[in-house]
Design a protein around this ligand. Sequence first.
Ligand code: DGJ
Length: 736
Amino acid sequence: MIQYHETTKTFHLSNGKLSYLIKLLPNGQPGQLYFGKAIRDNENFDHLLEMNPRSMTAYLTEGDNRFSLDHVKQEYPSYGRTDFRRPAVEVRQPNGSRIVDLAYVSHTIAPGKPRLEGLPATYCEDGREAETLTLHLQDRLLGLAVDLSYTLFAGHAAVARSVRFINNGTLDLHLTTAMSLSLDLPDSDYEFVHFSGAWARERHMKVRRLEQGIQSVGSARGTSSHNHNPFILLRRPGTDEARGEAIGFSLVYSGNFLAQVEVDNWDVARVTMGIDPFGFDWKLAPGEAFQTPEAVLVYSGEGMGAMSRTYHALYRSRLARGEWRDKPRPILLNNWEATYFDFDEDKLAAIAETARDDGVELFVLDDGWFGARSDDHAGLGDWQANTSRLARGIAGIAERIDALGMKFGLWFEPEMVNKDSDLYRAHPDWIIQTPGRSASHGRNQYVLDLSRPEVVDNLYGQMSKILSGAKVSYIKWDMNRCITEAFSSALPADRQGELFHRYILGVYALYERLTAAFPHILFESCASGGGRFDPGLLYYAPQGWASDDSDAVERMKIQYGTSFCYPLSSIGAHVSAVPNHQVYRNTPIATRANVAYFGTFGYELDPNRLTPEEREQVRGQIRFMKEYREVLQFGDFYRLRSPFESNFLSWMVVSPDRRTALVGWYKILNEVNGPYRRVRLQGLDPALCYQIDGGAGHFGDELMNVGLLTTDSAAGESDPTRASCDFDSRIYVLKA
Ligand code: DGJ
C-alpha cells in the first residue's frame, strides 16, 4: 500500500480508498503534495510542488528565489525558517532559540502497526491489516531525532499519525509544541464542523466557514472536556450525509488538546491537531524520548455518513479492546437517578429484583457506597464499603444481586479525593495544588496527582482489593471536575509544564493495569456525563456515559453529534424517569427508549415507581433490545435527518448482510395540519424487498429514492396507528 519512488523521492500511500502523497523537499524536509480520494500511482508528481516567486516572501537559500516554506505544503512544519504560520513543532533550547530544522535521514516501510508505549492507539491484529511508513528526521544542530509515523489501514479510508522525539544530543531541550499531525490542504473552500457545548449539552454540531486567520477548538481543563471534543471535520460546501467530500480529524487522547485550522494569505488551510501547546512544556534531556498521542485522519468522497462509518468500524474493532469489544452490551439499570445518595442494601435489592423481573441483566451501584460518603462532601479516596449503608459490604450486595441472576456493577471516581477522607488525611500532598495558593475545589473535591506512580499504585491497590473480593462485572469510572492550580509537588520546576500530560498517562496506566488484571469487567467511562468522551478512553472502556442529560429530546442532539466520530456501541444511553431530572420535561416512555436503543441501552430510574402499564412497556422494550441489539450496536449507522436543522430526527442501522434494518423517526414538537412527509433511507440493498413492521413489502431502491412515508394524521383527527403528540417517535423494523 505504501510506495516509495527513489528517483523523485516521493511516497505514495494508497489503499484504493485514499491517496496521500509526500515528497522530500530540496532542504530534506518532507513536503506534502496531496491528501484525498485515491489516484493512480505515478513515478513523478513533482509538478504539484508549486514554487513561484512572490513578493514579501523569504527564501531559504541565497541565490534561490523559488524555494520558500511560506508557500510549500509540509508534513511537519516548524516556525521561523521562512514559514510564519503556527507550527507543528517548537523546541526551546538552552540559548533561547526556538528554531527547528528537520531533515530526512531515512525511512522504513513495514507491515502492521507498532503499539504506542503508554498511550492508547489503533492497532491491527495481523500484519496484513495495515502498513506503516516511518520517516526518520533529524535536526543536526540539536541532535534531535523526530520520527513521523503514518499507518494506512487496508480496509479503511484512514491514516493514523503520530510523532516520536528522541534527544540524541547533549543539550536539555524543551518541547513546547509537539503536535500529532499537520495537514496543509491546498485551498480553504471548506466548512469547519466541530462538536461543542457544555455539561449536559455535549457535542452539539456547529458549522463555520473557513476564513483567513485561525479557527480552533480545544481544551485546557485537564480533560478533553464537555466543551469541545477532540474531533473535527472539514467538508466541502454542499456536502451532506451521502454526497460530497469530508475529512475527519480525531485525536486519540483524553487531556488538553488543540484542533486548529489556519488559513493563510494564499488560502492554504493548515490543520494541526495534538496536545494543546498552551501550558505544555516537556523537558527532553539527553537520551530521553517523547511520544505524541495518535491522530486519525479519515477521508470520504461520499459524504459525512461514510466518514462516520469508517470511524465506527475502526474504533469499534481496532481501538476498543478486550472481551467486551465485539459483544452486545448488557441491558443495565443504574441506581443514580433512582436513589441518589439515599439507599441501603434492601432498597437496592428491591430495585434490582423488579428490574430483573422486567429483563434487566446488570445492576449498577453508583456513587455513595464507600468511605464516609452520605453526600458529596466526604469519602472520595476511601474505596471500602460504607458499612452503615451496606452492612455486608460490597461482597454482600454483589452476592445478593448474583442470587437474583443478575450481573453486578460498581461506580468509582478514582482520580478524586475529598478532604474528609482517610486518604487525604494520610497524604495531603497527593492533591494537585500550587504552593502558597489556595486550592480551588469542584463539587467539594480535589484532584489526585496521577502523575505520581505511588498515587496510581495506591488506587490500583484499593480498587483491585474490592474487585478481587466481590463478583463485579462492570465498572463506571467517573471524573467530576477539571484540574486547577496545576502543579505537582513531585516534579521539579523545569518539568511543571509536563503535569497535564503526565496526569493523563497516569490515568491510562491505572486503566491498563485494571483492564489487564480484570479482563472480564466491562468498563464504562464517564466524566460528569460526557466530559471525557474521547477515543483515548475507548481503548480501555468500550463504552462511555454520553451525558448527564438523560432527557430524550436533549439526547437526540447529544447522540446525533456524538455519532459523527463514535460508534453506537460506545454511546451510553438510558431511559430515565419523568419529569426528567435535568430539564423537567415529560416525554413518552416509548420515545425515551426509542432514543436510548441507538446506544448501549439501560434504565436510570426506580422501576418500582412505574405504573403497571409502564412496566409492561419496559418489558417490551427490553425484549426488543435483546432481539435487535446486535444490529443496533454493530450494524452500519446512517443519519437521515438532523435535529440541529429541523423539528425532526431520523437515523437508522442496517445489519452487515443488509437483511435487517431499524429506522428511528422522532418529532420534537407536534404540528397542526403538517406536510405529507417521507424520509429517504440509506444503506439498504436496492434489489431486496423489505417488509416494514411485518406489513407490506417495499424494495430497497424505492425506500432509498422515494422514501418511507412518515406522515402523521393531523392533530385532532383520530388515527390510532398514528396518534400524534409532542415528542412522538417510532421505530420501523425492516426485514428482507
Ligand atoms: C456524575 C455522573 O455523570 C452521574 O451519572 C453520576 O454517576 C454522578 N456523577 C454520581 O456522583
